[in-house]
Structures are given as structure tokens and as C-alpha cells.
Write a protein that binds this ligand. Structure first.
Ligand SMILES: [Mg+2]
Length: 398
């Protein structure tokens, strides 16, 4: 089998990759919805993979892996990897999980990172009400993640929250951060207290916190919330869109507290997880298959983490419904250090009308049943999806 074309279209907000072969089998995959600007990066890789056999996934990756880097620059390579697995599964007539070693679980636990309701003033009461709505959501999530601190608009809404200088960029307060004031730290702790009161001990709480906290503040916060048994504190020091890891800083935090510490969504390739895992600098890693280099890369990281007593909770909030399928396939195969992956939804809502293969409802009691259709098991319906193509992408399915 040979790759004869690589196409990319923006459908909704996700750049969608289509790999075309000489045997009439197509592979699909998605780039995060936050990155429509990556379409040229995907198409730049076309010439490198033409003529390659997509069922030899690693061999294709050896041609393009050096064209990726930390988030957002790992996405194009990652999407091509997943589209190749989709083809390999379809060619074999098997779901991708079989090609990755088979199922460890028949249903995969997800956590809520996408079913969101707007916050208003970022007060403890606001978080309580917001969390109650998430808890009542029909998916029945058993783990809910909330964004607080530098991963939220809290620094802009809570006066005297921290000592740093506010910067112009607003993406999750990117490049924002600094020492918390006493008031800021107390506000964070007060929010955790009320959120846990809402969730009780039935639903786990994860908190996305940064990046941007100092090591001393991260330690103080992690210790202060120890009585609440949160599932993890994510990206306190480095993380989302940070172009490096700084495992040594995370190790100081992790050694100082019993609260599990989590990072890794921005990291590209297994090599860049090595120090985090070998030094047990975090308790939980959170690679995203759409950023780390694909699903085989994620599985390798999960296995290596398991050898070192480190858990895994993959990231995925912007990955759309094709990304959801990839997360289901790989998560079914992960060892017992697997906690849950971050559940992505299709945006806009019509995404559910242009794919085939998803169960209805997708999530029941916080789990997704692993399906058995060949490949990733979720396919675009060209007749339905064409209506949502822009003029520029009109020939995507041709
Ligand atoms: Mg995060």
C-alpha cells in the first residue's frame, strides 16, 4: 500500500487530516480545535510521506518526526501518525487497539475537561454553582477538572491576586505568573474547599492551575489542599504551551506533598518525558496524543511511567470527535496506571452529525464502551461533512 495524497481541511475549528492511499482506504485524524493555523504545517509534510506504506506506521514517522516540537508544533506530526493507524486498522479489518497489543479494559474512564459552563466572578460561590452543573451533566463524570489560578481568568478578576505584572497575551494567562499574595493563596484554597463540598466523595476533583506558580507557592498550595484528597494539581509550574519541562522544579514540589502532581500536555516525544518519569518528578503524566507524536508514542510513555510507579491521565480537551476515537483506542490498551482521559466534545455541535461510529450516548456513568469497528472506528461521512467545508477546502473528499 502506498500513500498517494495528504489533505487537510478546517472542519469547524479542527484541522482535519486525510491520508489517501492507492488501495482506496483513507485515514483520518484531527488537530486540536485551538490550532486552525496549523493547516500549512500539515501540508508541508505531504511530500515527505508520499509513496510510503502507511501500515508501517513507525517507518512513516521516521520521515517526519524531526518536523515536530513542543505544543503547538507536535500536532501535524501527531495527526499524521493517527491517520496512519486508522489506515493500518482498516487494512487489517481490526480496531486499532488490537494492533497496539489488545484491550486491557472493555470501557475507558473519561474525566470532564470539555463540558463547560461559563464562570462569572471566579468566587468560591461561582465555582460551587459551576461545579454542581458539571456534576449534574448526563455523562455522569466520575472525575471533574476545574481551571483555577493562572489557568483561569482569576488573576484578572480577583484583586490583589499576585505580585506579578499582567502581560498583554491572554491565552490561559500565558506568560503570566509570579508569587501569589496571601489573599491569592487563600482564595485558591477557599475555592477548593467549596468545590469539594459540592462533589463530596463520589466524584474526584482535578485542578488545572497554571503554568505560572512559583515552586514555594506550589508547595504551599499542594500542602494546604491535602485534606481534600484532590486527584491531581496540573501544570502548576510549567505546562500548557511552555516550551520546556523543568522536571527538577516539579520534583521539589512532588517530594514536598502527598497531593498528586500532574504535567505533560505540551510535551513532544517520549524522550522529553524521560526525566519526569525516571526521577518521579510528578505523580501523573498527561501527554496528549495530538501533541506528543501520536498514540504509539503515548502508549510507550504510559508503559515506561508504569515501570516507575507514575500514573497517566492523557490530555485531550480540544481533540474533537476523531481525537476522541484515537483516545479510546489507545486508552483501552494502557496498563493499570491509567486513570482517565480528558473527554473532548465536537465543536460546533453539528460534528456529531458528520461522523459515523460513535455510541449514543457517548459517555455513560463516566465511561465509554470500547467499540470494535476497524481502524479508529469513527469516520467522517463525506456527504454530510461537505456542507461544512469552506471554498478553500472544497476538494477535501475528492
Ligand atoms: Mg491542562
Amino acid at each position: 500500500m502506498k500513500i498517494t495524497d495528504l489533505k487537510c481541511a478546517i472542519i469547524g475549528k479542527n484541522p482535519i487530516v486525510r491520508i489517501v492511499t492507492d488501495e482506496g482506504i483513507d485515514g483520518y485524524a484531527a488537530v486540536e480545535s485551538y490550532k486552525p493555523y496549523l493547516k500549512p504545517h500539515v501540508l508541508h509534510l505531504r511530500d515527505f510521506i508520499l509513496g510510503a506504506d502507511p501500515t508501517n506506521v513507525e517507518r512513516v514517522m521516521m520521515r517526519i518526526r524531526n518536523h515536530g516540537a513542543f505544543k503547538p508544533w507536535g500536532s501535524a506530526v501527531s495527526a499524521i501518525e493517527m491517520a496512519c493507524w486508522d489506515i493500518a486498522g482498516k487494512a487489517a479489518g481490526l480496531p486499532v487497539y488490537k494492533l497496539l497489543g489488545g484491550k486491557v479494559r472493555d470501557r475507558v474512564r473519561v474525566y470532564n475537561g470539555s463540558v463547560r459552563f461559563p464562570l462569572t466572578d471566579y468566587s468560591p460561590e461561582d465555582y460551587a454553582e459551576n461545579t454542581a452543573r458539571m456534576k449534574a451533566s448526563p455523562e455522569g463524570f466520575t472525575i471533574i477538572k476545574q481551571a483555577i489560578g493562572f489557568h483561569s481568568a482569576m488573576p484578572r478578576n480577583i484583586p490583589n491576586f499576585y505580585y506579578g505584572e499582567r502581560q498583554a497575551s491572554t491565552h490561559h494567562g500565558q506568560w503570566e505568573g509570579g508569587p501569589l499574595t496571601d489573599r491569592g493563596l487563600n482564595h485558591l484554597i477557599a475555592c477548593v474547599e467549596v468545590i469539594k463540598h459540592v462533589l463530596g466523595d463520589d466524584v474526584g476533583l482535578a485542578l488545572d492551575c497554571g503554568p505560572g506558580m512559583t515552586v514555594p507557592d506550589a508547595i504551599r498550595f499542594a500542602r494546604a489542599v491535602e485534606p481534600y484528597n484532590v486527584m491531581w494539581l496540573e501544570d502548576m509550574v510549567t505546562g500548557d504551551y511552555t516550551p520546556h519541562v523543568s522536571a527538577h522544579l516539579y520534583r521539589e514540589v512532588t517530594r514536598a506533598t502527598s497531593t498528586p502532581i500532574h504535567t505533560g500536555e505540551q510535551i513532544y516525544l517520549r524522550q522529553n518525558f524521560r526525566e519526569l518519569i525516571e526521577t518521579r518528578a510528578v505523580s501523573i503524566v498527561g501527554p496528549d496524543p495530538c501533541d506528543v507524536g501520536g498514540i504509539a508514542e503515548l502508549k510507550w510513555i504510559a508503559e515506561y511511567a508504569d515501570l516507575h510507579g507514575v500514573l497517566i491521565a492523557p490530555h485531550g480537551t480540544g481533540n474533537g470527535l476523531l481525537g476522541l476515537a484515537a483516545l479510546v483506542q489507545v486508552s483501552a490498551t494502557l496498563p493499570r496506571n491509567y486513570i482517565a482521559f480528558e473527554y473532548p466534545i465536537g465543536t460546533p455541535d453539528w460534528w456529531k452529525d458528520i461522523v459515523v461510529g460513535l455510541p449514543d450516548p457517548i459517555v455513560q456513568d463516566g465511561f465509554i464502551e470500547v467499540w470494535d469497528r476497524p481502524g479508529m472506528g469513527v469516520d467522517l461521512i463525506p456527504e454530510a461533512a461537505t456542507a461544512y467545508l469552506t471554498d478553500e477546502d472544497r476538494e477535501f473528499f475528492e
